[in-house]
Ligand binder design. Structure first.
Ligand SMILES: Nc1ncnc2c1ncn2[C@@H]1O[C@H](COP(=O)(O)OP(=O)(O)OP(=O)(O)O)[C@@H](O)[C@H]1O
Length: 341
């Protein structure tokens, strides 16, 4: 598949310019046309900041110190400034719809506010478009719901409104930051199915930020695993999930529950904790927690390189010696209860 979005060498900084801390260092990834791409990793690994940087919506206190963005237009990859693509090719769905939706606007006006201002749509045209979009995202009574206020809707319906808002600008890429985390399990499933349907029907590319490997297994074609502000491995989901090429990804996958995992069984955890943004070791940042680390790992520059015999790319120099018991391919790739989205 041909590339649609390419991020290269993204660096984000916080703190004083003279002594900056880098929560995201030299992160890059590429998303193809129509592809679902997952960005996974523990809390604090830099997933959300990376996604927000793509549309130039960094929280206060975080600044971009490097990185390029390219988006495909008319058959060629073209460079853009990060904020420039927000609502112009790239849409975003946030984790918490209540804080992301303006409470003083009716749902129908919210959905089309962006394109209406930009393209000068009439009120009538905007309303009709809003109702169509609300129907597309599965609102049960789109005409009536277009007249409601966000607080009158359930969490699941609010998330549908946010997806409709993102679609209103006709993006080619939808960025989703933990789009189901704030919802209860049954509603999570409905939203994941909706995103899958929209992706298929519109031929959209989707980037999912999630700590839930089940979501990645179920919806994504390719994945990047982040650790302490860097991508440590990237590849096709079925490869990374069954033949991980970085000890951190292997540990993360071993700690992932499958449908056969008894509820009361403790998960095999990776010993130790992820270092904070201001507290990162030299060389391989995972080395202090890694059972395969050599003294040399502490002096290594971070390079995501091709792995002999694997289609994945990995930052681990010990990839050939990883060994360990093979991961249970069937358990890791079997459909989740409730079926495929
Ligand atoms: N507004 C901010 N100011 C300063 N530092 C920040 C800010 N937001 C995030 N950080 C730093 O960046 C790190 C990465 O944050 P980010 O939200 O991207 O992590 P994440 O992987 O998405 O985790 P989570 O799943 O918990 O959101 C944080 O651990 C924190 O050190």
């Amino acid at each position: 598949m041909s590339p649609l979005l390419r991020i290269t060498d993204l660096v984000l900084e916080t703190g004083p310019a003279a002594a900056p801390v880098r929560p995201v260092s030299h992160v890059g990834f590429e998303v193809a046309h129509g592809e679902a791409f997952g960005l996974v990793g523990e809390s604090g690994s830099g997933k959300s900041l990376t996604l927000r940087a793509v549309i130039g919506l960094l929280p206060e206190g975080v600044r971009q110190a490097g990185g390029t963005l390219e988006l495909e237009r008319d058959g060629a990859m073209r460079p853009y400034r990060f904020a420039e693509v927000r609502g112009r090719g790239i849409g975003m769905v946030f984790q918490e719809p209540m804080t992301a939706l303006n409470p003083t606007m009716r749902v129908g006006d919210l959905v089309t506010a962006g394109p209406r201002a930009r393209y000068g749509w009439s009120r009538r045209a905007a309303r009709s478009r809003a109702v169509d979009l609300l129907a597309e995202v599965g609102m049960p009574d789109p005409k009536a719901q277009a007249r409601m206020w966000p607080h009158q809707l359930s969490g699941g319906l609010r998330q549908r409104v946010m997806i409709a808002m993102a679609l209103a600008t006709e993006p080619s890429v939808l960025l989703c930051d933990e789009p189901t985390t704030a919802l209860d399990v049954a509603v999570q499933d409905q939203i994941l199915r909706l995103l899958h349907r929209i992706r298929t029907e519109r031929g959209l590319s989707i980037v999912f930020v999630t700590h839930d490997l089940g979501v990645v297994r179920r919806l994504c074609d390719r994945v990047a695993v982040m650790y302490a502000g860097q991508v440590v491995e990237t590849g096709r989901v079925e490869e990374v999930f069954t033949r991980p090429t970085h000890p951190y990804s292997a540990g993360l996958l071993r700690s992932m529950p499958t449908q056969d995992t008894p509820r009361d069984r403790p998960l095999a955890a990776i010993p130790g904790g992820q270092p904070g943004a201001g507290d990162r070791p030299e060389g391989c940042r995972f080395a202090p927690r890694c059972g395969h680390a050599l003294p040399a790992c502490a002096g290594l520059a971070h390079v995501l390189a091709a792995v002999p015999g694997s289609p994945s790319r990995s930052a681990c120099i010990r990839v050939a010696d990883l060994g360990g018991p093979p991961l249970d391919r069937e358990a890791l790739l079997s459909p989740l209860p409730g079926g495929t989205a």
